[in-house]
Design a binder for this molecule. Sequence first.
Ligand code: KG4
Ligand code: ZN
Length: 371
Amino acid sequence: MPPSSRKPPPPPSSRRDDRAPVIVLGIESSCDETAAAVVRDRRVISSIVASQHDLHAEYGGVVPEIASRAHAERLVPIIDRALAEAKMTPRDIEGVAVTNRPGLIGALLVGVAGAKGLAWSLGVPLVGVDHLHAHLFAALLDADHADPSTLFPALGLVVSGGHTDLYRMESSIELERIGATIDDAAGEAFDKAAAMLGLGHPGGPQIETLAQSGNDRAHDFPISRLAKDSLDFSFSGVKTSLLYAIRGHPGPGGVFERDHTSLTDTQKSDLAASFQRAIAAALVLKVRRALDATDPVRSIIIGGGVIANTRIRAEVQAVGAERGIPVLMPPMRHCVDNAAMIAGLGEELIARGVRDDLSLAAAPTSRTGSR
Ligand code: KG4
Ligand code: ZN
């Protein structure tokens, strides 16, 4: 497929009035949530999310083929519901935005094909959106900032199931990745930790609940720093330490001494709380390091499923207070995957003249720079 032809985005505007609001339908199908939403002028008019967690539960993780099939079955009804909730018909839509990267390729293709068909049949602009950039945009939706341009340049932090990335943001549509995980993502570490403790998938919310009654100093799990000036993350060490704390060390033949069934509830809570502390500490360590190492920023913008975690939200908020800059974060419902963030970033791109054509391709990886 030929690369899609795009007009480059014009230089960022310093006045928000320079952009004309557009009614945009957003579509999200990169992993195990099928979602559609309508956004206008950075306000969420409707947002519908159909989670597939029940379909994947028995496998302990997302099964790509099951995800693609479920997206194909659900996409049109979910779009219909998003339009109905917005009290709109397809003719009211002035642009279509769709996650085209990163994600499971078969899952992405369902959304991209649906978005192309809709944009083509309605004769409205189509734009492909990077899911990770959209996680950051979620913090700007329904916000009270009369002029969001005053927040930039910003430091961005995305913490999700598949990614842990730091960005330098010149605007909401001009981003450069300055740090990334070298192994597991933080959300993936939460999910694996939950599996080790005998909890279900996704594990992050369950670890958070368990941690509430635990002693976060019961275990001294490692907080990865990497090289002195590194802005990258690593979560495999803390995960392995948790494994050994739960199961003991492997003997001959790789057989562990015990498993989670021999733990008391208190022991489980202490492990969850200590694990959560180590993950939060690793995240804020790199946020502080990035603030020290890069040119000054006016705000910290965070997003992604793991940002639904109350402790992590509070710790990043504390860094902002310490440095005297605001921390913008989405409400919990817009941290985990949703289409409002896709429609929001899509509206910003469309309003600034960015377009894709019908050769828009899906891609499994994110962009390290803008667009
Ligand atoms: O952003 P997201 O919905 O999907 C991806 O783009 O990956 O993130 C999902 C991840 C999962 O790993 C889930 O366990 C984690 O976010 N998560 C949490 C919490 N809620 C969701 N992790 C920690 N604490 C939470 N409250
Ligand atoms: Zn996500």
